[in-house]
Design a binder for this molecule. Structure first.
Ligand SMILES: Cc1ncc(COP(=O)(O)O)c(C=O)c1O
Length: 407
């Protein structure tokens, strides 16, 4: 049997995993152009206007408003949707902290909703159960690039008169029943920071069909004389990079899709390691390919398996807790004064996240998900290395776990 790299054997892959973002000379030219112009602030240059027009056109939407970050893009969308003190916003328990943090920054309270198992997005049944008279909006997240059940969410929103904000930070270019994500809810907000499918260093952008709401978001991101405002402007470098990369988005997403398909094909049937199927009639963009892990069926604890894969040269990320268990939310006190969780304007009393149950999201975080990076320049060679490393580890599972027991 081949010795595992974790035990001193030769790794399946010796070199570092291909880096992302993967830029060409057109990005260098864009950076040089902005640098030479000396106009880095969007009030003085044209790069942000160009990016907003291109992003809106790509989505067939009338309005796109760019921001400093995905978080501020979400906050502006929430503000324009009228969300504030005393309001509740439904947020998936399985997402990055910023989705729920943006809600708190608007002085509203995130209510954590469980995951539906095919896409791992918001579970419509749990969503319905958790709606109260204080619920004003639903934030969906197309987590890891797999579109969530938008028909069900939009139907529930219409029934209860709720705003829908799509957090598309993992899903630029993904489609749900032929529609691009971010164009289905009332607002679609995207991070374009360096890890994302559309990567521009830092930045964010929000789509809406509501021209007045777009106008309000433009005021919010730039101090206004008459309205409340912040300084949430994107910089011209990020906008210039984002415009170039938007031109490559479909081509790069196609590589992610081809890689995901190849990996699934190469893996074949592996008891205990099953690719996330996604929902029917959706086109995911694989910010991460999700392999669902069953430690009992594989016979190796998830953390040990991930360590063994890392030693073989294959990085895998994991999530550990649903958001309500993260210390910042569990304590329900962002700034030491209990707001907005104990706000007297909140109907229903102080928030207590300890009793919030999201069993599917809990399992996803604690034991199920393996997040695999398949972005370009990864190709068939890397997908084969992932499948080879998995097989190598499974073939040596007894050796792996017996050494664990001895240590
Ligand atoms: C799902 C999700 N929403 C929002 C954000 C926030 O984006 P940003 O880091 O650009 O503020 C992120 C960032 O990683 C994210 O993953």
């Amino acid at each position: 049997m081949t010795t595992l790299a974790i035990h001193g054997g030769t790794a399946v892959r010796a070199e570092a995993w291909p880096a992302w973002p993967h830029y060409g000379s057109d990005v260098q030219e864009a950076i040089a152009r902005v640098g030479m112009s000396g106009k880095f602030h969007p009030m003085f240059g044209n790069e942000t206007k160009t990016f907003e027009a291109a992003f809106a056109a790509y989505h067939g939407m009338p309005e796109a408003v760019a921001f400093s970050h995905g978080t501020t893009a979400l906050m502006a969308a929430l503000a324009a949707a009228g969300i504030g003190c005393g309001d509740e916003v439904m947020v998936p328990a399985y997402t990055y902290a910023a989705s729920a943090g943006a809600v708190v920054e608007q002085n509203a309270v995130p209510i954590f909703v469980d995951s539906e198992p095919k896409s791992q997005g918001l579970d419509p049944e749990d969503l319905r159960r958790k709606i109260t008279p204080a619920t004003k909006a639903i934030m969906v997240v197309h987590v890891n690039g797999y579109p969530c059940d938008m028909d069900a969410v939009m139907a529930i929103a219409a029934e209860h008169g709720l705003m829908v904000i799509e957090d598309c930070s993992h899903a630029h270019g993904a489609r749900y029943k032929g529609k691009l994500v971010g164009t289905i809810g009332h607002f679609g907000a995207f991070s374009i920071q360096h890890k994302k499918n559309l990567a521009a260093g830092t930045g964010g952008v929000t789509l809406t069909r509501d021209v007045a709401a777009a106008e309000q978001m433009r005021k919010i991101r730039n101090y206004e004389w008459h309205d409340i405002g912040h300084n949430w402007q994107i910089n011209e470098f990020s906008s210039a990079i984002a415009t170039v990369e938007l031109g490559h988005l479909d081509e790069k997403n196609a590589i992610r899709r081809a890689n995901a398909k190849k990996l699934i094909e190469l893996l074949g049937e592996v008891p205990g390691i099953t690719p996330l199927p996604g929902l029917p009639d959706t086109e995911p963009v694989y910010y991460n390919v999700i392999l669902q892990y069953d430690a009992e069926a594989v016979g190796i604890p998830r953390e040990l398996f991930v360590k063994a894969m890392a030693a073989e040269g294959i990085p895998i990320n994991m999530f550990y807790q649903p958001l309500q268990r993260w210390p910042i939310f569990a304590k329900a006190d962002f700034y030491g004064k209990g707001c907005p969780f104990q706000c007297p304007m909140r109907e229903g009393g102080p928030v207590e996240y300890g009793s919030v149950s999201t069993p599917v999201a809990g399992a996803i975080c604690r034991s199920v998900n393996l997040e695999i990076k398949v972005q370009p320049p990864c190709g068939e060679g890397e997908m084969k290395q992932i499948a080879d490393a998995i097989r190598k580890i499974l073939a040596a599972r007894q050796e792996l776990t017996s050494k664990l027991l001895k240590n």
